[in-house]
Design a protein around this ligand. Structure first.
Ligand SMILES: [Zn+2]
Length: 106
């Protein structure tokens, strides 16, 4: 029970940190990276499963924080394909992301 509560708090904190990191991303990449790193550390320590939206902000290979449109390259496939390609500029790893119809505001 207690554990569940601390997990909820952790999830909330992680969400706030990620939101801040994204907000900060365009002004100060260093702060954004630190906040993202902290968010990941909290999540790992408490074994909190991050939401898909948050998980896809981290490169699957080098685990670095990927700032959409900043240090990642996003390529949209054919107009009727609902998938985009995200390339991590830090390690060059590319992965596909299938869009779920959600609106993205970056
Ligand atoms: Zn990477």
């Amino acid at each position: 029970m207690r554990r569940q509560i601390s997990k909820d708090i952790a999830k909330e904190r992680v969400g706030i940190l990620i939101a801040n990191a994204l907000k900060e991303a365009h002004a100060n990449e260093k702060i954004a990276n630190e906040q993202a790193y902290l968010a990941r550390k909290i999540a790992m320590r408490l074994r909190v499963r991050l939401d898909y939206e948050i998980r896809q902000l981290f490169c699957k290979k080098c685990k670095k924080f990927i700032i959409p449109g900043r240090n990642s390259r996003i390529r949209v496939g054919r107009t009727n394909t609902k998938s985009i390609r995200i390339t991590c500029v830090k390690c060059g790893h590319t992965y596909h992301k299938i869009l779920s119809g959600r609106t993205w505001n970056f």
